[in-house]
Design a protein around this ligand. Structure first.
Ligand SMILES: *Cc1c(COP(=O)(O)O)cnc(C)c1O
Length: 468
């Protein structure tokens, strides 16, 4: 080997010395030791190979170059992990931020079910094999008023299973006003195609009458489907059939009626001044044969798809082989059971965060806003205002509902709101905010007191770093 090559290799820092470098120590505060070590070795090894391949002398290794390569590799290989963030957007069911945060009891239930053995599928009285659905069936029947219930992985799975079981290779009649896209590519017409059912569209975008369904029925019709327009509303010259109208018609001609409620709500939101989201038990009570809804929207529990309806249809779905592919996990099931018990025998408005955030009083929001504004005063150069605005329910629920709230707007001269928002988002913990005009906005509806206290420190760090 050339002398110059040996000299270059000798200049290479040792693994140990790199591991003690302050920039690497910084990485070690965020990433596991083993991962950083692996990347340090890999970058050094790559450099050695490069030297051996060199045709002529080149510059020697430069520590800062090596370190930035190591940092990139660490980030690249195991990008910043799944972690807690502070939601300052006021969007209660923010799908990108994990939708519904669960109650304390539900989270504890998921923890024990995940870390212990359980009677998931064993009847403890007889010792025989049992059904995992037993743990929630009775509770769901009471809460929805349905004859039978079934739970799967999410509501998209619920719709797929119901259509596949009841309408494969047959026709399903749906109103043109209800061709919903939920986001993330979930479109009713496409799910129907996957289920093997044939879609028959009736009516116009803004108006569909019972007579439209009547005209479309053939001997091949398996199901009449109504999809709750959960993330939009057709207003103005518009009308659609109610669940009870459809249910009466379906019963008369012996064809089942299904309503995909999307969000699905178990309590009377009208009592909280919130309109537009039917209660599951009202839809079941209207005579609808199958109702599907999510566990992690307004219900405020874990991700799940709940199917409530007539026994004969639910039984048929349970024995469909697809049910096995779509089945609910044990931790989710434990969390769902705890959530449903809270509805039946606890205080859902106090303990289920989604309901608490929906029903929080204006006085409480104003107090949180003032607290946040006060905390933010210490940030150098900051200008803040406490303002009124509207929060959104989000997650494809209550699209038109206005939820009056208090927000704190914050601006810092010389730092753009985009830079502030990005700095907060990349911080630790990450804080997700809104931007309006020249300010970042914090909606206190989705923040608790502890988070309000942390946010000021986060913003302080961002501002100091950007001025540095
Ligand atoms: C949200 C929604 C779905 C999908 O529910 P997931 O639980 O997200 O799978 C289906 N239909 C409607 C009407 C919805 O609002």
């Amino acid at each position: 080997m050339h002398d110059w090559k040996q000299a270059l290799l000798r200049q290479l820092p040792s693994v140990d010395s790199l591991m003690r470098h302050e920039d690497i120590l910084d990485l070690l505060s965020k990433y596991p030791h083993g991962l950083v070590l692996e990347c340090v070795r890999e970058v050094l090894e790559d450099f050695r190979k490069e030297v051996i391949r060199m045709e002529q002398p080149d510059l020697g290794p430069d520590n800062s170059m090596l370190i930035s390569q190591i940092a990139c590799l660490v980030d690249d290989r195991y990008p910043p992990n799944f972690r807690q963030v502070i939601n300052a957007t006021g969007v209660i069911l923010h799908t990108n931020l994990g939708r519904a945060p669960m109650s304390q009891k539900a989270a504890e239930a998921a923890l024990w079910a995940g870390s212990r053995y359980s009677n998931l599928e064993m009847n403890l009285n007889t010792g025989d094999r049992g059904s995992r659905l037993k743990h929630v069936e009775v509770l769901l029947k009471r809460l929805t008023g349905a004859e039978a219930c079934l739970v799967v992985n999410n509501n998209a799975a619920a719709v797929l299973l119901a259509l596949n079981t009841l309408a494969k290779d047959r026709e399903v009649i749906v109103s043109r006003g209800q061709m919903v896209e939920i986001g993330g590519g979930f479109r009713i017409p496409e799910v129907m195609k996957q289920s093997g059912a044939r879609l028959v569209e009736v009516g116009a975008t803004n108006r569909t009458y019972l007579s439209d369904y009547q005209c479309a029925v053939t001997e091949n019709t398996a199901l009449l489907l109504k999809v709750h327009t959960s993330n939009y509303q057709i207003v103005g010259f518009a009308s659609e059939c109610s669940p009870s109208e459809l249910a009466d018609f379906g019963r008369g001609i012996g064809i089942p009626v299904m309503v995909d409620l999307g969000s699905g709500c178990l309590v009377d939101l009208q009592a909280m001044g919130i309109d537009g989201e039917p209660k599951v038990s009202d839809v079941v009570g209207a005579g609808v044969d199958i109702v599907t809804f999510s566990g992690d929207k307004l219900l405020g529990g874990p991700q799940a798809g709940i199917i409530a309806g007539r026994e004969e249809y639910i039984v048929a779905m349970k024995i469909n082989p697809l049910a096995r592919a779509l089945r609910i996990d044990k931790m989710t099931l434990a969390a769902l059971e705890a959530t449903l018990r809270e509805y039946l025998w606890g205080s859902p408005e106090g303990e289920i965060p989604v309901l608490a955030m929906l029903s929080v009083s204006q006085d409480e929001l104003a107090a949180r806003g003032k607290l946040l504004q006060q905390q933010l005063q210490g940030v150098p150069g900051i200008e803040t205002y406490l303002i009124r605005g509207e929060s959104q329910a989000g997650g494809g629920a209550l699209p038109l509902q206005e939820l009056p709230t208090f927000l704190v707007s914050a601006s810092v001269p010389g730092v753009s709101p985009e830079a502030l928002a990005a700095g907060l988002r990349r911080g630790n913990p990450p804080v997700i905010t809104l931007i309006r005009d020249d300010s970042v906005l914090f909606d206190v509806r989705t923040m608790d007191d502890q988070e309000i206290n942390i946010v000021a420190q986060c913003l302080d760090r961002v501002v100091r770093e950007s001025q540095f």
